[in-house]
Each structure stands twice: as structure tokens, then as C-alpha cells.
Write a protein that binds this ligand. Sequence first.
Ligand code: SAH
Ligand code: SF4
Ligand code: F3S
Length: 456
Amino acid sequence: MQTPFMNLTFCIRTFGCQMNKHDSERIAGMLEGLGALAVESVEEADIVAFMTCCVREAADTRLYGQVASLKNIPLRSGTPLSKRIVAVGGCIGQRDGERLVEKLPHLDVVFGTHNLASLPRLLQSAVEKGGHHVEVLDAASSFASELPASREHEWAAWLPITIGCNNFCTYCIVPYVRGREKSRPLEDIVEEAERYVAAGVKEITLLGQNVNSYGRDLYGSPRFAAVLDALDATGVERLRFATSHPRDLTDEVIGKFATLRSLMPALHLPVQSGSDTVLAAMNRRYTRDHYRALVAKLRDAVGDIALSTDVIVGFPGETAKDFEDTYRLVDEVGYHQVFTFIYSKREGTPAASMNDPTPRETIQARFDRLVDIVQKRAFEANQRDLNTVVDVLVEGASKRDTGLLSGRSPKNQTVHAPLPPGVSAEDLAGSIVRVRVDEAKTWYLAGRLLDPPTRP
Ligand code: SAH
Ligand code: SF4
Ligand code: F3S
């Protein structure tokens, strides 16, 4: 089949959350299916696509710089094009649409979060006719999972079960750029999971802005526990999910951590703040005590479950006392990992019009204090695994030392271990090996391979 993409190369730069990473895999799958060749560097690429994020301001400004700097990069030798084609998609594409080409005139294509499948058509028009091609839709008609994929790792897959979000936390732009929550029929999810398992996928991560409300739109009430049961029954080795909203995490789902073979003992449960006043202003619709009760139930179900969370520091009106409440909560829970963010004003959200007299330095000082306690507790949490044996799903070579393999424990900790002589990290990628842990740091564990595999 001859397509206009046959002799073209492309490169995708992805920012933001796993939803974007998943969408990028679909874009790569579509373009490869049309004959284009994926390349690592922008210099080598005829087509550059940015999958963008606008959840905080920093991501926004970075995009403009990156797109602008492409102007100075010469075309690769041998390209059939007279101009590099630049596309912007994802959440900034959705939010800004036409406005992007006004600010960045050398941009060729803009698409949104609801129309990934249109990208080849838009690119083709840009290649053949030149000019700007902007298409942004208000709502999704299908799931990106129905498109072909070129996955980053053949042994791991992301599987969206819902798209969009109905929660409207007052600081958050996601509902505006990803639309209303929409669940995928359970049969479709199971069918996709079964295909992955048959193809050798070891780990499936279910995705949604709030997976716990899965099914409310389709079945009248949430059916996330049923999804977990069905996925476990596919025989997949490791099952994870993100993200959970604390208000919707049910006892039934918590119970699954104790009973389902494949469900890994790790949960990302964003708390955002430990202050009831701030939680109410954020429209999170749970209290500090509700959250603490969830943590207790999770630890009843799985004693050493690894908890991670997101915290926003400096939400408008956050007082010193509110921050203390957050600090104490983080101190008390003892997370394996905390993603800490300084509040970033997002135009169009309710919080953008809330007053905040707190000086920037005060917020920064709170943030620094929080990071200190996060690191201290994360270090302590990892100490509990010293001298134990953990099953590690190997991802590849460690970035800091290529003589080390790097992988993930069931609790989602990064684990390093020296590779046996003559065995490369690629040989082991996707397999599960046993590692005796003899070093536990804040952000990783290290040890040695038990029963080291030999080269076949
Ligand atoms: N749906 C997920 C994650 C959404 S965005 C959830 O509800 O948990 C990921 C994280 O970014 C959020 O959990 C929040 O901590 C952070 N975030 C979102 N909007 C923000 C803003 N305006 N300023 C700072 N952090 C923000
Ligand atoms: Fe944003 Fe809240 Fe929805 Fe998460 S649950 S995506 S923080 S609005
Ligand atoms: Fe960012 Fe969009 Fe995800 S704003 S966090 S890429 S949903």
C-alpha cells in the first residue's frame, strides 16, 4: 500500500500524565501503520508531534519554547519535504485550538484530546497542501484504545477504562480539556486485556482520572471492583490502576487488594491537602478523617501496602495551620512516594478567581519543609524491605549504570541489581527475577539476583 507517509520519519514528544503517554502510543501505532518510521531525535524527524499538558503553568510555557526552537533546526538530509511538519495535540491543543497557530505561525497541525484518529488526515493535508490544519472536537466519540498501538514496552500495557472527569476539583483544568467522564464497556476492556495477555504482556495498568467511578454512566452505579475481578481472571501477572479519588474508593475495592492474586500491593491515592478547610475549598468532597480511615482499611487489607499521593501546597487561602494539617498527615501516613506541587493558577477554573495574600516565599518554605518529611518517610518505608527477596519485573538497564538492571518491585519501587556476566538488560527485559535487597535508599532499592539467569 502506497501512503503519503511512506518515506517520512516522525518523532513524538510527550508531556503530562499516563493518558498522554497512552495516546502517544496510539499515534505512533497509526503513523507506523501508514509506513512512517519512528525516530528518537527531532533533528531526524520530518514530522514532530507534541503531546501536551496544561495541568500546571510550567508545562504550558515549556511547549511554546520547544515549538519555537524547532525553527532553527535544519531538515534532515534526504527528506522529501521542504518544511518540517509540526503538530501539537493533547491538552493544550484541546484548550487553545486556533489560538496556537496565531502565537506559533510555523505550526502546521493542531488536534485535541478527542480526535487522535484525525491526525493522519490532518498531517496529510499539511504535507500535500501546506497551511494550517486545526481540528478540535468537543467530545470523544470513541476510545483511543480502538486505534492501533506501538507500545513503549511489549510486556506492559496501559488500558484506559474511563476518559474524562466529572469531579471539577476547583484548581484543576483536566475536566475542561478531557471532557466528561465516559466509561468503556466491560466486555471491550476484558477483550483488550485478553489480547495483551495472549501477546505476552505481564503488567496491565488500568487508567482513568478516577477509576473508582468506572461504570456510573454505563451501569447506573460504579463497577470498578467487577473490572478488577475480570482482569485478574485473564491471568495477567501484575495489575495496577491509577488514579483513585478517595471519596469513591469503596471497601469492596479495598478488599480486592487482599484477595486478587494479580493486584499489586501499591496504591496512588491523591490527598491534595490534609486540611478540611482546604479540601472543601478544593471541592474534593472528603475529609481528612475519611482519608485516614481509608489508609487504615488499606493497611488492614495488606499490611505493607505502598501508598503514594499528590499534594498541592499554596492553594489560595491556605493558612499556616492548614499547611500544618497537611504536614502532619504526610508525616503520619508514611508514603513511599509523594508528588508535591506548588499551586498553579489555571485560567477558567473556579480557584483562579480566589484571593490569595500568601507571599510566594512562605509557600516555597512550606513546600521545602514538606519535601524534607516526604524524603525521610520514603527512606524509612524502603528500609522495611532490607534483606528481603523481591520479585522484580525487569524494565531494562539502569540509567545511572548500564551494568545494572532496573525494574519494579510489586510495591512499584525501582530496584537495581548487577547483571550477570554475558547477560544484557535487553535479554531480561519483561521477565520477573528475584532480587535479594541489600541496600534501601529514598527512591530505590538495590541488591543481587538470586538464581541468576545465564545466556541461552
Ligand atoms: N485525576 C487525577 C490526577 C489529575 S492531575 C487525580 O484526581 O488524582 C495530577 C495532579 O496534578 C493532581 O493530583 C494535583 O495534585 C496536581 N494538580 C492539578 N491541578 C493543579 C494546579 N492547578 N496546581 C498545582 N497542581 C495541580
Ligand atoms: Fe482534576 Fe479532580 Fe478530576 Fe483529578 S479528580 S482530574 S484532580 S478534577
Ligand atoms: Fe496534563 Fe492533560 Fe494529563 S492536562 S495531567 S496531560 S489529562
